[in-house]
Structure formats: structure tokens, C-alpha cells
Design a protein around this ligand. Sequence first.
Ligand code: AMP
Ligand code: ZN
Length: 664
Amino acid sequence: MNMEEQINQLREALRKHNYNYYVLDNETISDYDFDIKLKELQKLEEAHPEFYDANSPTLRVGGEITKNFNTVKHDFRMYSLANSYSKEDLEDWETRIKKLVDGAVEYTCELKYDGASISLTYENGALLRAVTRGDGYQGDEVTANIKTINSIPLKLKSDFPKRFDIRGEIVLPFEGFNKMNEERIEAGEEPYRNPRNTASGSLKLQDSSEVARRPLDCLLYHIVGERLPINTQFESLEKARDWGFKVPAIAKVAKSLKEVFEFVDYWDVHRHDLPYETDGVVVKVNSLFQQEEMGYTAKSPRWAIAYKFKAEQAVTVLNEITYQVGRTGAITPVANLEPVELAGTIVKRASLHNADQIEKLDIRVGDTVFVEKGGEIIPKIVKIDLELRNPNSQPTQYSTHCPECNTELVRQEGDAKHFCPNVDGCPPQIMGRIQHFISRKAMDIDGLGSETVALLVENGLIKNYADLYELTVEQILPLERMAEKSAENLVAGVEISKQIPFERVLFALGIRYVGETVAKKLAKHYKNIEGLANATEEELINVDEIGDVIAKSVIGFFTSEENIETIERLKSYGVQLEISQEELANQTNKLEGKIFVVSGVFTKVSRNELKKLIEQNGGKVSSSISKKTSYVVAGENMGPSKKAKAESLEVSIITEDDFLILIS
Ligand code: AMP
Ligand code: ZN
């Protein structure tokens, strides 16, 4: 087998496993083996750029940056849908359309997925481009981002037409959405409000590898093109599925409106069991011939209509507004409601998000309110029944002081939320920071759960995470429910945490906006806590991927005397506040400010080792040659197109040996 065949075979195998897993939900390879195969393909592709394929499975991981999204005209307009809210509306619709055609009319019923619509163009069985809906005539080209969505086929199977557009909805299933939010809360960031907005925001992210990290899915429902081999909407769904698209099997043909109503009634209840959000049913005339006869209004097809489910609502009374304090001091107002049943659960609380939201709703204690369970996981208050309002009620005054420590709240410009500035004396902040410090991804201290932390804080044994390192078994033993064994485990767990590497310690400190990834970046760049503590805002912003919000937060953290003292103490106990000697020994600044592109096969070091060496010496690795590239390190079989590009841009091409001399 020659190299090209070998590469194609790997691509084909990966495509198949990917399809089985993401489209059919049927795993046919372990994650580990998949990864090995993917890495192997990456290696071969890098060594043989002449066999480049814009739709290779290796592109799923992203990495392409789009600064400005191109505007692209749709070949076929993307229409809206007319809405209906009742069975009478549907009956009226049927009366109207039946006048436009002869004979019986059948329908296809589908669910209306709640996400961001997308139009994908395929040519010769390969994804050519992906364009957002925009104004319906033209949208933004987001192909690089779309390629990272695993359920979208990059290559089709079976008997697909030469060129066509297929439309669908990009959705963010609940499970992945919740997981993303847990991670954001860990990092002290505001959680995303709902899956739909998060999905549509994802399409316009500049860094496609960021999109790749989001567990997006794409559900397809409409094919458009010239002279397609399809006669009905239902058939087009089946064909799309054959070609490799993810098309939910929920769709049904209905011979009459009565059957449409059955579908609607069934899914109004059962949609809550689906992994993604839906907000209605789309009813379409099944025959494409009849569709054409019926045509379009200025905005939407006459042959289709959306039936919107009523968001489940309940009416109840607002008893009280309380305020919650998070680990970062952020205040969240909470509506405490008279308990009421909604979509099968008893609701007692709803988030009011922030002061603006309260003002917008003009919500007051004693009000009769409508709560709704929409995309949000926590129910929200959508409306107030003003007729039932007590005429003497007064507008809500947002709390001016912290409910936990009575410190005056502050709200910085640009922040939606109020904060309690009493960082060191406010119990939930103290507790929250310690809990974050010991959490699994941070210091991972065994034998210390949140109840024990609360116990230790309440008994005055610890006030901050540095105090953990002075705890003794004798001190802990007298506490309630504390057996000798657990006391010993706790102290041992604290001792072991002194081995946790610097990057995780940095994450554990709980600096706002410094999540796991940012902590890694900062640890690598500054190498020790002193370096970071002394960095100016400008220097911080110059670090790759660090923006001014993070920079300000880091500066703020190190201006606090208490924080400096805590860090001094951690250091004295032996907590890792610099990267290990081993790592340090390999690090230099020799290549600082230099951008490298690596191409070809090397003899002394592997490609990955080469990349590591570049980064360890302060350089940056980029995948494509541009004017900014400082050097191309060329091995054997460097791709001819890369070579030509480097030459035309006058970028120096150096050998593996030249490179090794550069860093020696
Ligand atoms: P609206 O945004 O309320 O005008 O609804 C129209 C949108 O519904 C379309 O642009 C699609 O993005 C979306 N949609 C979701 N599911 C379907 C479906 N099964 N068929 C057609 N459109 C759908
Ligand atoms: Zn407070």
C-alpha cells in the first residue's frame, strides 16, 4: 500500500467510527484507540502535505482562527416559519392551503429544535461551506467552526446528488451544557443562561478549537437544490440519513390534521425526555410537488407552519427576595416562592440574576408571578400579574449590604452583579474558597469534604486555605463525628497536596477568571509565583490568550496584603509555587517572540519533540506559514506548497540541525 492509500484508509476508518458514535450513538472503538489512530493520521498528514484534504477527520479538533467571517449569499433563500399556537390556527392554515392544490394533502410532522439554524453546502459528497442564516438572503461563513462538530459529515456516503444545500439546527444538548456551566462556575465565571444562545454564540467564536471543546450537535431537516431525486419531505429526511446526516427518527407522516394533533399532543409531554431542547412541532406538506404549487409569502413558505408548545407555566406568589453569596463574592438575588408544581417538579425558588433583571420585571414581594421552565435549568419568572398587586406595594430596593457579613456591596462599572468586597471576612466566600482549593481539579485533598470544611471553619480552626497546613490530629479529633482514622486521613491528605504541581496550585488559589487552562498558561509563562505577582497589566495582556479582564483580576489578587501573606505561608509549608526543577531545567527564553512552522519528517527528534522544544524555549508553534512566521523548520519531504509559500514570503527555511544549534 502506498502512502496516499494508507492515509485515505485511516481517514475512512476514523470517519466510520466517528459516524457510528456521533450519528448512530453506537460506539465501535475505544476513545484511546481512536486517539491513537487520529494521532497516526495527523503525523502522516503533516509529513505528507501533498495529500492534504480540507475534510480530513483531523480537522475536527479545530485550531483555525477566523478574525472576520465572510458574508456569503445563500444559493437558496432561508425562509422563516409562520407560527401557530392552537389547533384552530392549524385548522385555518389547512383551509387556506387546500384551496391552492387539488387532491388530498399529507403532512410530515417534525420537532422544532431550538438552536441556531445553519445551511451546509455539499459538492461531490464533501462539505464545501457552512453559512449561518443571517437575514435569510446572506449569512456568515463559519465552515472552520462547523467542521469541529462531530455529527456533521465532512464526507457523504451512498448516492448523494452532485450539489445541494442541507439545513439544520445546531443545538447544545442539556448534558454538555450543564457540564460546561459546572466548569465555568468552578472558574468563578458566570454560567451561561441557556443552551440555545450558547449554541448560536459558539458559531461565531474566532478560535475553532474553542468550538471543538463545546459538545455541539447538528440535527438536519431540509434539503434544497436543483433537480433532486426526491418527491416528499419524508423521503428527503430518509435520504439525508442515508447520506450520513443526523436526522432524528421522530418525524412522522400524518394523513390528516387529526394525526398531526396526535403527534403534537404526544410530544408536548414527551419532549421533556429528549436530550436537547425543542419548542414546538413543524408541520410541512409532504409532497414536494404540492409545496411548489403553494409557494411562499414574503417571509415564509405557505406549505409549512410551526406549532409552538406552550412553555409550561405556573402561577404563584413571591414571598421574599434573598441574596446568595458565591465564592468570588458575587451576589445572586433569589426569588423565594410559594411552592408550586411545574413540569413535574415542585418549584420553590427562581433566580433573578441581578439588579437589572429585578428592575426590568419591577418585581415586588407579595406579587403574583408566572414562573416558566424554558431552556434554563432553573425556572424563571416571566411576568407579574399587575392586577393582583397590592396597591400599597413599594418597588424592590436591591440589598445594599451583604446578607452574610453586612458589608456594603459594590458594583463595578461593566459588571452586571453586585459583589461583597469583604473577601477575608465573609463566611460563604471563606468557605467557598477553601472548598475550591481542596477540590479534585485543584489540590485534590482527600478526606476533606464540604461538611468537614464547614465544621472546621465554624469551630474557628481554619480561616483560609493556608490554615489547612497547620491542622493537627489533636485539634481535629474533638470535633463532632470525627473519628481518629478520618482525622489522620485529613492531615495526611493535606501533606500529600504539597506535591501538587504549580499550575494546579495557581488554579486552586481561586483568582477570579483563572480557570484550569489560564492557570496552566500563566504557570508556564511566569514559572513561579513571584514572576506572576510582579507582572504588570500590560505584560499580562501580552501573554498568549490572556485578556484584560483576567489581567485586571490577577493584578487585583496580588494587591491584597492578605493574599500575599497567605502565599508566603503556603510557600513556607512547602506547597509548590514554582514549576518543577525538571521542567525548569528544560526551559529557556531563547526563542522568545519567534513563531515557527514545522514541516516534513525529522531524523534526530520527532515532530512532537520538536514542537515541545520550541515551546520550552519560549517560541510559538503555528500550523500555517504567514508573514509573521520567523522560521520554517523543514525536514525531509517538506510539502511543495509550504515550501513555495515560505519562499514567496521570504521566511527563512532552516533544517533540524540549524534548529538544534539555535537552542543549544
Ligand atoms: P422561527 O425562528 O421561530 O421563525 O422558526 C423558524 C426556524 O425554526 C427555522 O429557521 C429553523 O432554524 C428552525 N427549525 C427547527 N426545527 C425545524 C424543523 N424541523 N424544520 C424547519 N425548521 C426548523
Ligand atoms: Zn459578605
